[in-house]
Design a protein around this ligand. Structure first.
Ligand code: AHR
Length: 317
């Protein structure tokens, strides 16, 4: 049962019938977390951050892994609503299709906090806040770095993230906006690798073998996992990743730092997945009725090979 509903029950003591405590039956907060899946090292780190922060705050977390399916996320949200959780944290797979279930949560007085990716809804009051990095800026940073590294001349293979996910749409947008300033930089191949290492490898293999594959001298991957898959494909094709083909990606996971130290990846833009503390701050503020900004931007940092070895030991994920 939500806090607001609990309050209503307390006020209308004469009509208490039907009002019962949810979950634990005490003052413990119950929060539902709907996660997309476990497609990347980044996402696993995000899940862990939310789980451990819930534990640290004594919050009961109902966790649902959607196995990469939006329909499973919608089912999970409906279940959380039926269970009467106090709040919901949602990491939405794609931008659209959330309105009906978010309206239902709002009607039941359950605040929804979005983490990591955004949604497209007409009524922004359907969620409390979005806590995420600025994906457009990440794409711009990747393009700027690549322009500098290549002197503004590159035939780029782009490995896109999950179709219709805000992370993929905006990382593409930011990158394209920036390379438009450099006539010598062209995306000559672009395909989705679904944010996974296996698909990144498969797509890169096909790109290298396909028409014009020999001309590729740069890769822009929307996440590190796809870049790591691409590195394998490039090596298997007899080329040197990081030298014959310059590679820039996004996330900043440990594997990317290892690849940079090994000279196989050139640059990663960190997108911090440790969102647990901010997400539960937002939950607690929402339940206390505090106003919050609609958008909380998580800072990004750029790391390239020149500093990878110095910072690798301090990486938390
Ligand atoms: O939405 C964030 C992206 O989703 C991360 O960059 C990626 O690794 C993940 O799966």
């Amino acid at each position: 049962m939500t806090r607001l509903l609990t309050l209503a029950c307390a006020v209308f003591t004469m009509t208490l019938v039907g009002c019962s405590e949810s979950g634990s039956g005490d003052d413990t907060l119950t929060v539902g977390f709907s996660q997309v899946g476990a497609e990347s090292g980044w996402r696993t780190a995000e899940t862990e951050s939310i789980r451990s922060e819930a534990e640290a705050r004594g919050i009961e977390l109902k966790f649902s892994d959607a196995q990469d399916k939006q329909e499973n996320q919608i089912k999970a949200l409906n279940t959380f609503i039926a269970q009467g959780v106090d709040a919901i944290i949602l990491a939405p797979k794609v931008e659209t299709g959330w309105e009906p279930v978010l309206k239902k949560a709002k009607k039941r007085g359950i605040p929804v906090i979005l983490v990591d990716r955004g949604v497209e809804v007409e009524d922004e009051s359907l969620y409390v806040t979005l806590i995420a990095s600025d994906f457009i800026h990440e794409g711009e940073q990747a393009a700027k770095w690549l322009a500098e590294k290549t002197g503004g001349k590159a035939n780029i293979a782009e490995l896109q993230g999950t179709p219709a996910a805000s992370a993929a749409i905006e990382r593409k947008q930011g990158f394209e906006q920036e390379i438009a300033k450099h006539p010598g930089m062209k995306i000559i191949k672009s395909q989705t690798g679904d944010f996974t290492r296996s698909k990144g490898k498969e797509v890169m293999e096909a790109m290298l073998k396909g028409e014009g594959g020999d001309e590729i001298n740069a890769v822009y991957a929307h996440n590190d996992d796809m870049a790591l898959g691409a590195i394998q494909a490039i090596e298997e094709a007899g080329k040197k990743p990081g030298e014959d083909i310059i590679i820039v990606s996004i996330d900043g996971v440990r594997g990317a730092f290892e690849a940079m130290v090994a000279g196989k990846l050139n640059c990663t833009i960190e997108c911090n997945p440790l969102l647990g503390p901010m997400a539960f701050d937002a939950v607690e503020k929402a339940l206390a009725g505090e106003e919050q900004p609609k958008r909380i931007v998580v800072e990004t940092t750029i790391y390239d090979q020149s500093i990878a070895a110095d910072v690798i030991d301090s990486r938390k994920y």
